[in-house]
Design a binder for this molecule. Sequence first.
Ligand SMILES: Cc1ncc(COP(=O)(O)O)c(C=O)c1O
Length: 483
Amino acid sequence: MNAPLQPTSLQDVLAFAAHHAVTSRSEGGDLHPAAGVEQLRALFDIPLDTTPRDAVAVLAELVEAAKPGLSATTAPGFLSWVIGGSHPAGVAADWLTSAWGQNAAIYQCAPSAAVAEEVASKWLLELLALPSDCSVGFTTGATMAAFTCLSTARLAIFDRLGIRIEECGLAGAPPMEIFIGEDAHVTNFAALRYLGFGSDHIRRIACNDAGTFELPALASAMEDSTAAAKIVIGQAGQMISGAFDDLTALSRLCREHRAWLHVDGAFGMWVRASERLRYLAQGAELADSWSVDGHKWLQLPYDCGFAITRHAQYHRRAMTMDASYLTRDERDGRHPSDYVPELSRRARGFPAWVMMQVLGRDGVGQMVERHCAAASALAARIAGIDGVELCHEATINQLALRFTGLDDAQGDALTRTMTDRLNATGRHFLKTALWRGRTIMRVSIMGHETDAEAVVGLARDIEALCRDYAAAANAPLPATIET
Ligand SMILES: Cc1ncc(COP(=O)(O)O)c(C=O)c1O
């Protein structure tokens, strides 16, 4: 449990936060938020004083108000969505970032932040085995990384067609067609929407059981297209199954059709840090741009993503803002805002520089391998349990499970009920989703503290639940779960 807070100074508050950053991972505590929304509103929605208040007292109140609404995302049993473990070293680097108060907009405003980004970019490209002359923007996450990369793509593609999109805008440009799998992550569709690409110009291509492109369907859609401007968005790590597109084949198709290839590799691109698993994302290095998250397998605290492209000049042209007061000098280093949509911004290079060293070149790959091995072990255990099945092959760290009922509808209800029951043990944090129209339970092994033990415990609990359910085969499913 967290240490009781009786702060008398800001240093006490920092000590408490440090204690929480370390112990919440090992000692656990409540995985699930204890309070509902009304209780949280009552805790937070206090009258706003007209006069200033003591900062330490307010911070102590924040701790008390927030505590019942915290999910233990950093604990080993947290297996939902795709959420990294906010490594304490990254958290500490983030504090320094805040304490230094650097605004990593332009070099002259934050020289150390700019150089930290420059070096962290170089290391990132080494870890991901991407060409060393790619450029990297440090974004809030993969959504803004995709936005940045696709914005670069839009500029570059039209520019090569002789169209100055900066002047005529989309209204003066010919149609662009975007080819994307039906099962691509929703944030790619959002990024396209922000960029002014409507659904009429987005060709949603059928996907296979693993949620990646049916290549013949993509090839024939590209063949049919009369648009001169084309983008293909591939996946390295499908969000449900963890599967990979055949990126070499995608790049070949893109070359044939003069299309830009963007890869959403929010978490999957990190397999390239492992010599053993790199083959899964083979061909990714042939793409034009990549979106990757730092707050997933690099275990950075929220938030950090990377927009990477081999077209550095277009990247800068798409993002750079110029004004006389944004002072630049030829002796400056990198201007961090030249690679992202924001001007004033957090110095994300500091924690990234720290985490890449704390994990080390081999450590990142080894952690990815450890998580994938734990997912394979869970998949093997699941295969031996009657009453539950895996919805796809285990590729990396993501699994989708389904409890089997007499028919689909009963299977859906059972999957929801079993997920509730597993959550009610207090040992796991799991959520359901829809996959191919059916309810599934997702398991994502992503936090650096999550290991084989947490996953074996989950298999054991699933086995016990399925046994109990089979033993009471005639009992109707309970509508709700008693906790
Ligand atoms: C495959 C994939 N793409 C994109 C995203 C969006 O990333 P973010 O939430 O960091 O913006 C995620 C997030 O889970 C993801 O798993």
